[in-house]
Design a binder for this molecule. Structure first.
Ligand SMILES: [Zn+2]
Length: 304
């Protein structure tokens, strides 16, 4: 069994992070354990937090919010065997759909500057540079940052070591900023978007991929718990891998944008593998495609 982190502070949440609605507008969805719950959580031992949903923007979050005393407990150094050869190769198609969409929204001109937030090994930076952007990035993990430069050939002056909270760039510097799949791991996503949007040039775009609060399979899992008479839910994972702290609705971004000066320029719900039995997987995927209930929500934001 996965070894859970033992030391958390539990912070009360009095406002929806994305739209600012007060607790009276939040509903209890159920309880979430500090480890994978499986199909029959009645047999699991652990501690719980409450999973809430904002009625105004459908953001899903924990209240109280567990915050580890040391973030390294969540995102520590990966073991040496993590670094297998295939992690260091970049396929031709890597990040291409995102680059194509960015170029369409931007009215692309060669030499526009791009920024990758949480660049990892720098693969998206390599793809962006190849397609005509001047690619920059930053990465909070030392081992990733080091290998991006040493093994992937990312220029050291283009990739900084640090987190969104610590780093600063000149205002209006970038045309294309990508969060990739980072926002759901941050404790204050609204502040993160506000900070990144200050670095955005006029007409620039921000790309974000997050877990969708409308995900069909998530609802089915919760229904299965309900049938067992349990109030567990499968949403988010604030105390175990992959440490998703939020699930977002399109409204979360529309309402946060109204407060913070940006608008949603484009969005899409992506359907991913369901890991359900082969008999029902195609049916679920079709349903998700038709009803916009796929696992991932992609949004493109523009300053207004
Ligand atoms: Zn909200």
């Amino acid at each position: 069994m996965e070894n859970p982190v033992s030391r958390y502070r539990f912070l009360a949440v009095d406002r929806c992070n994305m739209c600012g609605s007060p607790v009276q507008r939040h509903r209890v969805m159920g309880k979430r354990l500090d480890r994978p719950q499986g199909a029959f959580p009645r047999k699991r031992v652990g501690i719980c937090t409450t999973v809430m949903q904002c009625r105004d923007c459908s953001l899903i979050f924990a209240n109280p919010q567990p915050v580890p005393f040391d973030l390294q407990d969540h995102y520590g150094v990966p073991p040496e065997d993590y670094w297998r050869g295939e992690y260091f190769s970049v396929s031709e198609s890597y990040f291409q759909a995102e680059i194509t969409e960015a170029k369409r929204l931007l009215g692309f001109a060669s030499g526009m500057r791009a920024l990758d937030i949480g660049a990892g090994l720098g693969k998206a930076m390599i793809a962006m540079e190849k397609s005509g952007f001047e690619a920059h990035g930053f990465e909070p993990s030392g081992p990733f940052h080091e290998r991006a430069i040493a093994r992937m050939g990312i220029p050291a002056d283009r990739l900084r070591l640090g987190s969104l909270e610590d780093l600063e760039y000149d205002e209006g510097r970038f045309h294309f900023i990508t969060f990739g799949a980072v926002l759901e791991h941050l404790y204050d996503p609204s502040a993160a978007i506000a900070k990144a949007s200050r670095w955005l040039a006029p007409g620039g775009v921000i790309h974000i991929e997050v877990p969708s609060s409308r995900w069909l399979v998530g609802r089915l899992i919760n229904a299965a718990y309900r049938v067992q008479g349990l109030d567990y839910v499968g949403n988010i994972s604030p105390m175990h891998r992959p440490f998703h702290l939020f699930e977002f609705g399109l409204k979360s971004f529309e309402r946060d944008g109204a407060r913070n000066g940006y608008a949603v320029a484009h969005h899409a719900y992506e359907v991913c593998p369901t890991y359900m039995p082969a008999l029902i997987d195609p049916m679920l995927r079709l349903t998700m495609r038709l009803t916009g209930t796929g696992m991932q929500l992609t949004v493109w934001l523009r300053r207004v």
